[in-house]
Design a protein around this ligand. Structure first.
Ligand SMILES: O=C(O)COP(=O)(O)O
Ligand SMILES: [Mg+2]
Length: 216
């Protein structure tokens, strides 16, 4: 069975904050509310789209509604790849891992439809043995069931799999599933969120050596 690297998406593989930010600002403008700073937006990312819109509406004294959530989700899904790109070094790291025989998967709290649209636009459809979105399973990160469901869909073995993520939810899901977690320090998380990770990486250049170290 090949070694399996399971990647978080937002803040780990892709710098998606510009498009999430733009979509949130469009939502707020439609409600007559002020836009957000980038730091406000990155602090709201990580728990899926429902919690994102709940946090954004609360921050602008708006009542959350299913209609606002649906509006945001449709708008963001259609425009998820306008300004979003892979972090520098990610494409090379993924190619090197595949060349070494690693299987790859994505486990993200972003909804599956937006995830598929984004991966397709980035030319990454087909790069992953499985993609577990935030609505692919009855649970999502930090619940380990999301990670284990993705792992099983990829045909992986928990004893030969590693999680890579930028948020506390990634570390907690990995801990619950019994997997080591590498913390992507280039993402949207805070240093405190790395507590419990096997290692904190400063840049994607550190991915290959750290993964080989954990699973020779
Ligand atoms: O959609 C989110 O809130 C976060 O997505 P992620 O799990 O890929 O970081
Ligand atoms: Mg993330």
């Amino acid at each position: 069975m090949p070694r399996l690297a399971i990647f978080d998406l937002d803040g780990t593989l892709v710098d998606s904050a510009p498009d999430i930010h733009a979509a949130l600002d469009r939502l707020m403008a439609g409600q007559g509310r002020a836009s957000f700073s980038r730091a406000e937006v990155t602090a709201m990312i990580g728990d899926g789209v429902r919690v994102l819109v709940q946090r954004a509406t609360a921050a602008r004294a708006l009542d959350f509604s299913e209609a606002l959530l649906e509006h945001f989700t449709a708008d963001y899904t259609a425009r998820a790849a306008e300004a979003t790109a892979l972090f520098p070094g990610i494409a090379g790291a993924l190619a090197a891992l595949r060349a070494e025989g690693w299987a790859l998967a994505v486990c993200t709290n972003k909804p599956a439809a937006a995830t598929a649209a984004l991966l397709g636009a980035l030319g990454l459809d087909g790069a992953f043995a499985a993609v577990g979105g935030g609505d692919s399973f009855p649970v999502r990160k930090p619940d380990p069931g999301h990670l284990l469901g993705t792992l099983h869909a990829a045909g992986g073995d928990p004893a030969r799999a590693i999680m890579i993520g930028d948020h506390r939810n990634d570390v907690l899901a990995a801990q619950g599933a019994g997997l080591p977690c590498l913390f992507a320090g280039w993402g949207y998380g805070t240093p405190a969120m790395a507590a419990g990770a096997a290692a904190v990486l400063d840049s994607p250049a550190g991915l290959l050596p750290a993964l080989r170290d954990l699973l020779p």
